[in-house]
Design a protein around this ligand. Structure first.
Ligand code: ADP
Length: 477
C-alpha cells in the first residue's frame, strides 16, 4: 500500500499549529505498520533547509499559475521520503506559510495539482500512490483534479483538521485554477457563488476523516458545520472521526529536550523543580503552594481565551498564578499584557511562538487552560495530560473525547483526569477555576492521584495509526 500525504505543515520544519505535529508523527506511525508512506509539501524555506535533498523526482507541468516546476525528493528529519514542489516565486518568501499575498489560491492549487499528477502518473522512478491523503484546504483541490481527470486514479482521503479554514476564492478564478465550468455547481466546487477548496475535497474524495469522534458529529450540525453540514451529513457514511495521537518521543517530561529537570508519574519531585524554574524565569513569586495555570495557544477567537482574560483578575484574587504563551489577536495580547503589568508577581505573558518555552510552561504549570469554543481534536491537552498538568477544558470536539472531569463521582470512581465544563460562559469557566484551586489547595493528595492518572493515559499514535490503516484497507477493497 502506497500512501502520499499532502500537507502545508510538517513538524519540526514548518509549524503553525497542530497539523504540523500530526504530519510529524502520523507518517512515522503508519510506516511502523508497514505502509509505504511519502509526503508532498510546498518548498517553503523551512522544508528546503530542513530536509536531506537527494535529487529530482521529475518535472511537473501544467501547474496553475506557473506552468512547469521541479519536483525534488529527499528525506525528512524522521527519515520519511518527501517530495518537495520547488516553486521559489510561490514558496520562498518571508513570513508564515499562510501569509496572504494575493496568490494563495495559486500557491495551493499548484500543490494540489502536483499531488494529482503524482497520483495519476507517479514519479520518475515509477513510485505511484494507491491512496492520496490530503490535509486541510491547502490540498483540497487534489481529489477534484483527480476525479475530474476522467483517468484511472488512486483512492483519495481528505482530512479535516479544522473546518473553519476552507480556502474560499472568487468564481472568476475558475479558469486559472484549471477547473472546468461544469464543476462549478452545488455538488462540485461551488460555495455561495465562490470556489471553496475544502468543499472540493469533501465533495470529490472517497473518504473524509476528521480528528476526533465528537468533532465528526459536531460538524454535521449547523452550529459547527460552517455551512457544510448538509454535505457532511449526506456523506456521513464516508466520514469518520479518528483521534489524533501525541508524539511521546517529543512530548514527554521524562525525555523532553527542552527541560533542565525531568520527571515521570513515579518521580513527581522533578515537576516541583520545573515549576520553581518557570516561576523564576517569568518573574513570578517563587511559591510552590500557589496554583499555576498556563495557556499555550494561538490567540484566536476559536480558543475561547477571551474567557480566560475575563477571569484573569479573578484568578489573581484567588491567589493563583497565570502564565500565557501565545500570539494572535492583538486585543488579547494587549489585554493579557495589561493584567501582567498590574500583577507582575502573579501573571506573566510571553507573546510569540516558542517551542522550548511551550515545554517549560507545560512542565512548570499545575493546570492548562483550554476553554475552546470549538476544538477539532486539540493536542496541547494531550501533552498536558502526559506532563501531569491538569487540563481545564470546555466539553467540545476532541477535548470532550480526551479529558474526564474531576466531578465528585469521577473522583470517587477513579477516572478523573482534569476539569471539564459545558457552557460557553466566562462565569462557568470561573466556577471551574475555583473548583480546580480548591482541589489543589484542600486536597493535594487527590490532586496528585489525578495527576498520576493523567500522566498514564495513552494517547500515542499507535492506536490512531491503526484506525487509519483500517480505513485505507477498507478503501482499497
Ligand atoms: P491548533 O492546531 O488549533 O493550533 P492544537 O492544540 O491542536 O491547536 O496544536 C497546537 C500546537 O501548537 C501544540 O503543539 C502547541 O504546543 C503549539 N503552540 C501553540 N501556540 C504556541 C506558542 N505560542 N508557542 C509554542 N507552541 C505553540
Amino acid at each position: 500500500m502506497k500512501v502520499l500525504h499532502v500537507s502545508a505543515e510538517l513538524y519540526p520544519l514548518v509549524k503553525v499549529g497542530g497539523l504540523a505535529d500530526v504530519m510529524g508523527a502520523l507518517p512515522q506511525a503508519l510506516k511502523a505498520l508497514g505502509v509505504d508512506v511519502r509526503i508532498l509539501m510546498p518548498g517553503f524555506p523551512g522544508v528546503m533547509n530542513g530536509i536531506r535533498i537527494e535529487g529530482e523526482a521529475g518535472q511537473i507541468s501544467g501547474l496553475p499559475g506557473v506552468g512547469a516546476a521541479r519536483l525534488l525528493h529527499g528525506r525528512t528529519p524522521a527519515d520519511i521520503p518527501i517530495y518537495v514542489l520547488d516553486i521559489p516565486t510561490f514558496y520562498n518568501r518571508p513570513g508564515g506559510p499562510y501569509e496572504e499575498s494575493g496568490d494563495s489560491h495559486l500557491k495551493f492549487a499548484a500543490l494540489s495539482c502536483a499531488a494529482a499528477q503524482l497520483g495519476l502518473h507517479g514519479d520518475r522512478a515509477h513510485w505511484k500512490p494507491t491512496i492520496v491523503h490530503c490535509h486541510d484546504w491547502q490540498s483540497g483541490l487534489a481529489p477534484a483534479y483527480l476525479a475530474l481527470s476522467g483517468l484511472p486514479r488512486p483512492a483519495t482521503v481528505v482530512n479535516i483538521h479544522n473546518l473553519a479554514y476552507q480556502g474560499i476564492y472568487p468564481s472568476t478564478f475558475l479558469k486559472e485554477l484549471q477547473l472546468p465550468p461544469s464543476a462549478f455547481h452545488l455538488e462540485g466546487v461551488e460555495f455561495m457563488g465562490n470556489i471553496n477548496f475544502l468543499k472540493a475535497g469533501l465533495t470529490y474524495a472517497d473518504r473524509i476523516v476528521t480528528v476526533s469522534p465528537t468533532y465528526a458529529q459536531e460538524i454535521q450540525r449547523p452550529e459547527w458545520g460552517w455551512y457544510l453540514e448538509g454535505l457532511l451529513t449526506r456523506r456521513a457514511k464516508e466520514l469518520v472521526g479518528i483521534l489524533n495521537g501525541a508524539d511521546y518521543e517529543v512530548w514527554s517530561p521524562a525525555r523532553s529536550a527542552h527541560l533542565e529537570c525531568h520527571y515521570d508519574s513515579e518521580r513527581l519531585s522533578g515537576k516541583k523543580i520545573c515549576k520553581n524554574l518557570l516561576q523564576r524565569e517569568l518573574g513570578l513569586d517563587e511559591n510552590p503552594g500557589t496554583p499555576l495555570f498556563t495557556v499555550i495557544s494561538r490567540l484566536a477567537p476559536q480558543k475561547g481565551l477571551d474567557m480566560v482574560l475575563e477571569n484573569a483578575e479573578y484568578l489573581v484574587s484567588l491567589g493563583a498564578q497565570l502564565a500565557i504563551l501565545g500570539t494572535g489577536e492583538p486585543m488579547l495580547e494587549k489585554g493579557f499584557q495589561r493584567v501582567a503589568k498590574a500583577h507582575p508577581n502573579q501573571v506573566a505573558v510571553r507573546v510569540g511562538f516558542d517551542e522550548g518555552l511551550a515545554h517549560r510552561f507545560l512542565a512548570g504549570a499545575d493546570a492548562l487552560l483550554m476553554p475552546s469554543r470549538q476544538e477539532p481534536c486539540g493536542l496541547t491537552q494531550l501533552y498536558a495530560l502526559r506532563f501531569g498538568t491538569l487540563p481545564v477544558v470546555r466539553r467540545t470536539g476532541g477535548l470532550a473525547d480526551t479529558v474526564v472531569d474531576a466531578s465528585p463521582e469521577n473522583l470517587a470512581n477513579g477516572t478523573a483526569t482534569g476539569f471539564v465544563f459545558g457552557p460557553d460562559s466566562a462565569w462557568v469557566l470561573g466556577e471551574t477555576l475555583g473548583r480546580a484551586c480548591e482541589l489543589y489547595r484542600q486536597n493535594p493528595r487527590t490532586w496528585t492521584e489525578v495527576q498520576r492518572r493523567a500522566m498514564k493515559q495513552d494517547f500515542s499514535w499507535k492506536a490512531s495509526a491503526g484506525h487509519y490503516l483500517d480505513l485505507y484497507q477498507g478503501l482499497l477493497h
